[in-house]
Ligand binder design. Sequence first.
Ligand SMILES: [Cu+2]
Length: 176
Amino acid sequence: MSSIASPERIWWNPLSRVEKFWVVLAIIVGLAMFSSMFIWMAIGKQNIPTETYQVTKDQFSHASQRMVQQYRVRDDAGVPVVSPPAGSDVYLVARAWQWSPILQLKEGETYRLHLSSMDFQHGFSLQPGNLNLMVLPDYDYVATITPDKAGEYTVICNEYCGLGHQAMVGKIIVTE
Ligand SMILES: [Cu+2]
């Protein structure tokens, strides 16, 4: 018999008990994983409360500028650092390729974080913490957040937005 001969073709034989067992088990595991998506959505605390509104770029950038004028405490490498009062609306502007301003929030207080973009689609990714939100032009995406751990957080863009994408890094400071 030559070495390129086909192997003996027995694959159409009826499934053995063992094969049946593993096929059924794989289906059960698959269904369990599939349904866990919905279970996590309902009870896993995986989704933060959000609202979305239509907004023009001018309206959003004015709201952010007003906040910066009122609550700016200093600058960090040319980016204003703002410390808005607890419970207030805070505005983070995404534009190619910068997040502005730097928000300084208080631990344990709740804020309404508004996100919008002045140009392309960007992704708000908070590190550490792994909070991920979409940032779109002409939409005001409002996430109600309560920072529970003081520290300095990095905001990176996780949606490819052009040549400077990898340098699009911002900051959120949470104080005690
Ligand atoms: Cu980007």
